[in-house]
Design a protein around this ligand. Structure first.
Ligand SMILES: Nc1ncnc2c1ncn2[C@@H]1O[C@H](COP(=O)(O)OP(=O)(O)OP(=O)(O)O)[C@@H](O)[C@H]1O
Length: 699
């Protein structure tokens, strides 16, 4: 009997298949859903990160900078209360901020938005933002909202070395031990930047106010607004042409155009060598002083008249050409000061240009500061009965020159109203006098007219400069928005320094990059140009060249008196040895407790006005310890002090290649190496006494 088919079986089978299908559908859709969610989440996170780190990509860097809102900063600083101001710099005000959980930080508010502040802001983010070292102040974050730019740093309770050295109550805590350890810390910071980073970072503005001190008075370097990243073996990056704004302020902008750049390293702008003049000020010889003045003035005059001739190479007639050559041997001493032509022009006018010269930063505290000093000194030269000014007035016929017109005024005064009336006894003479005064009147009317024209000219100039700056800011921001490629960085110790990575504190291991894969191919034409423009001692340039993203005409970088002579001579490219020079000045400032250019009221002390020159004089007479801060009395280590001063002299040598590199400096300070006598070979003032190796080692 055939069995009957079970009607339940197929039903069950169908149900099972259905369930299975349902389960599969649900689970696969769940998987798809999760995958989508996962993807969306990651997309969101990466977008969020990107927006928080624009304009640069720190995702590849080990450091993430926090993006602060304006509101947060306002809250943290109690609406930027004056009571929370901890310092003021050339570019902004620094406030103390406090987080909700009570942590302190420093907020630097970049005051007015200009090309200079913008480039400094980007520079800090791009360079300091990617560096991590115990010897560098940590950049925690930033705020970039509409017209607000803020940089947020770790808080350094003992502020800056500037304040400790020059504030009345500050120096009491700077005993010898601390001073020496600050010198060593700064050297280590530079070692990290020059040898611990690849490509190396050149600070470009080493000075006391950029050395901050933590609670234990350990020094950290701050302010990377002028820093550069160096790419070896080719044309590197001039990352953000951060000098742009400054250079324009410094060099002026004649005719509304940025001064043309002939080729790398040889700008065609003019420089007035106040340095030479200043150096002469410490000389008792009047004639020499006046020759310098004359040289300066001719420089500025030729600038205004020709506009195209070349800075210091400008050829002067007769005597003036001799001025530079006869002073040449003192070049390195005097070069501590360089002013832009504008500055000279403005002296006569007492115009606001002085206020724009950000680098006059020898903060005066009662005593004359360098600005006052130079101003006063130049003033005295103009007013004094200086025979050379008579020549000047004949030559100078450009009303644009403030100093010159002043000289003319003086001369005219002497010739005119100052003339002795008794000489005009006869009627004839009286007529003659009237005639003269009439001509004078005409002249003065003409002059007034010219002066008015000049005012208009200045207005146009400013207008033009503003427009140029705005345009450049726009370009700069677009570049960053478009993710301008910046060099690949690695932390690594290399070079002459024998100390290994392990030796060094604070450096991070591993590799990071701000933005990977950057390399600019060297352009053969610029290479060619560059080769053509190598001058004496230019071997030092090899591989040290920086390209320029935006045109700039830098006559100066860094801060007055701390700038290496090579930057005053038309060199535009920061190099490690420039930092070494500044470090040399810093050592002397720390040890002496004096500003590099510092005059007291008494003329007897004028010889000490220029710290570097004074130190050289002392070295020649074998008495360098006289330089040590009187406040230290005998409470200092003579061996260490002598070593530091001689080291400073080695760093201050005119030829950059003769200066020691920073790894050698660290080893010398640690007592692991002697100062090379060869270092002084070409120095104008080899130290009479050497304080060679130190038995005691520091780490
Ligand atoms: N992280 C910080 N912690 C504590 N104080 C700080 C910090 N950063 C800056 N300051 C204080 O603010 C002052 C001004 O600093 P800032 O870097 O703005 O100016 P500067 O270096 O003197 O001038 P410039 O920036 O024009 O070279 C410093 O001298 C220091 O006293």
């Amino acid at each position: 009997m055939p069995s009957r088919p079970n009607p339940i079986r197929p039903k069950l089978f169908i149900n099972k298949t259905k369930t299975l299908f349902l389960i599969l559908t649900i689970s696969s859709s769940l998987v798809i859903l999760f995958a989508i969610l996962y993807f969306v989440y990651h997309l969101w996170i990466s977008l969020l990160n990107r927006s928080r780190t624009i304009p640069f990509d720190v995702s590849a860097s080990p450091l993430k900078l926090q993006l602060f809102t304006y509101k947060e900063l306002k809250l943290a600083t109690n609406d930027f209360d004056e009571a929370n101001v901890i310092g003021k710099g050339g570019s902004g005000t620094v406030f103390r901020g406090i987080t909700r959980d009570g942590k302190l930080f420093a907020v630097k508010r970049l005051d007015n938005l200009s090309l200079q502040t913008e480039t400094e802001f980007q520079n800090e983010l791009q360079i300091l933002g990617g560096l991590k070292s115990y010897f560098l102040v940590t950049l925690l974050g930033y705020c970039d909202e509409k017209n607000h730019r803020f940089l947020i740093y770790e808080y350094m309770p003992n502020k800056s070395l500037q304040e400790l050295l020059f504030n009345e109550d500050g120096d009491s805590c700077l005993n010898w031990e601390r001073r020496f350890s600050i010198i060593l810390d700064v050297a280590k910071a530079l070692e990290f930047m020059h040898f611990g980073c690849d490509p190396p970072v050149i600070h470009g503005d080493i000075k006391p106010s950029n050395v901050l001190l933590d609670s234990e008075f350990r020094a950290k370097i701050s302010d990377f607004g002028l820093s550069r990243v160096k790419v070896e073996g080719g044309y590197g990056v001039d990352l953000f042409s951060q000098d742009l704004g400054k250079s324009q302020e410094l060099c002026g902008n004649f005719g509304g155009e940025s001064t043309p750049q002939t080729a790398i390293g040889t700008p065609t702008h003019h420089e007035v060598d106040f340095a030479l003049a200043l150096q002469a000020s410490s000389s008792s010889k009047n004639s020499r002083t006046s020759r310098n003045i004359k040289g300066m003035n001719l420089n500025s005059m030729s600038l205004a008249m020709e506009g195209e001739t070349k800075g210091k190479e400008v050829s002067h007639d007769g005597d003036d050409s001799k001025v530079l050559s006869c002073e040449d041997h003192e070049f390195d001493q005097s070069k501590e000061m360089n002013l832009s032509p504008n500055s000279v022009l403005d002296l006569g006018k007492g115009s606001k240009q002085w206020g724009r010269d950000w680098w006059w930063k020898q903060e005066g505290s009662g005593e004359l500061c360098s600005k006052d000093y130079v101003r006063e000194w130049i003033g005295s030269q103009i007013h004094s009965a200086n025979p050379d000014w008579d020549d000047e007035k004949k030559i100078i016929n450009t009303p644009e020159l403030g100093v010159s017109s002043r000289a003319i005024d003086k001369a005219e005064d002497r010739d005119g109203s100052g003339l002795n009336e008794s000489r005009f006894d006869t009627l004839e003479e009286k007529f003659a006098k009237e005639e003269i005064s009439e001509t004078k009147n005409k002249k003065s009317k003409k002059k007034k007219k010219k002066h008015r024209n000049m005012e208009e000219w200045w207005k146009e100039e400013e207008h033009q400069e503003d427009a140029n700056n705005k345009k450049k800011i726009r370009i700069l921001r677009i570049k960053f928005k478009n993710r301008l490629k910046v060099p690949h960085f690695r932390y690594c110790f290399r070079g002459k320094g024998e100390s290994s990575v392990h030796d060094r504190e604070g450096e991070a291991a591993g590799e990071f990059s701000f933005r990977r894969g950057w390399r600019r191919k060297s352009n053969s034409s610029s290479k060619k140009k560059n080769n053509n423009n190598r001058s004496m001692g230019s071997e030092m340039w090899s591989g040290d060249l920086f390209s320029r993203e935006l045109s700039s005409t830098t006559s100066m970088r860094g801060t007055l008196c701390y700038i290496a002579p090579e930057y005053g001579g038309g060199c535009c490219y920061l190099m490690e040895k420039g930092d070494i020079y500044s470090f040399g000045v810093l050592i002397l400032v720390i040890i002496s407790g004096r500003r590099p250019l510092h005059v007291l009221a008494s003329p007897m002390k004028l010889e000490k006005a220029n710290l570097v020159s004074w130190c050289r004089q002392l070295a020649q007479s074998g008495n360098v310890l006289e330089l040590v801060d009187e406040k230290l009395k005998d409470g200092y280590n003579k061996e260490e002090a002598g070593l530091c001063i001689n080291l400073a002299l080695a760093c201050l040598q005119k030829a950059p290649e003769l200066r020691p590199d920073v790894s050698e400096i660290v080893r010398i300070l640690r007592g692991e190496m002697d100062i090379s006598a060869a270092a002084f070979e070409f120095s104008p003032s080899p130290p009479a006494k050497f304080y060679g190796s130190r038995s005691k080692r520091r780490s």
